[in-house]
Design a protein around this ligand. Sequence first.
Ligand code: ADP
Ligand code: ZN
Length: 213
Amino acid sequence: MKLILLGAPGAGKGTVAKLLTKIDGSVQISTGDILRGAVAAGTELGKQAQAAMNAGDLVSDDLIMGIMEERLQEDDCKSGYLLDGFPRTIPQAEALKTLLEKMGEKLDAAVEIDVPRDVILDRLTTRRTCESCGAIYNTKSNPTKVEGICDKCGGAAVQREDETEEAISNRLNVYNDQTAPLVGFYKNEGLLLSVDATSSDAVIDAIQAKIGQ
Ligand code: ADP
Ligand code: ZN
């Protein structure tokens, strides 16, 4: 399947994407993961993105479109993709539309995962991410066995630099200002599926019901 996952930071886009990859072999493409990888590797891309990311601001549309034009043409995308964290602005959505037309491809849906703000704030401040393998934990609902140490690889499970209260509240504002308008954009395109996300499984069920896979 070819899906866009829309939703505020902490809505569970990444979790849903990971579950969906197991259903039909679609690949998860997370622009956040790609950018964090570039920052960790100290590449030119990482250097350009780092300051905006730490502050919870968006990196430029040009930078993101450069990454995604290449990524969407890689072979593993032929079996479908789950776009997690992209597009994030109306210009990115427009550019994606043009790109897909050029490639002769159609999206199945843009899925809006709707989670109340207080739930999101709580989730993000308690989230811990492994610096080495990217595994995600939660100090309340899914803690590591040993505090601060990843169960899977022994790496450091830490609070992301953009998961301080201040950066989180900025990311939520950025989402409301720049990304929430995509809901209207995809509604116009006839692609919108809005799901009240009580659980990731409920989101998966709604997606399967809609696109029939
Ligand atoms: P979130 O948990 O907020 O959904 P992501 O992991 O998707 O976070 O992204 C982390 C950061 O990477 C964002 O705050 C932003 O700085 C940058 N980023 C990721 N995707 C995009 C995008 N499509 N456009 C602009 N910036 C992006
Ligand atoms: Zn790990």
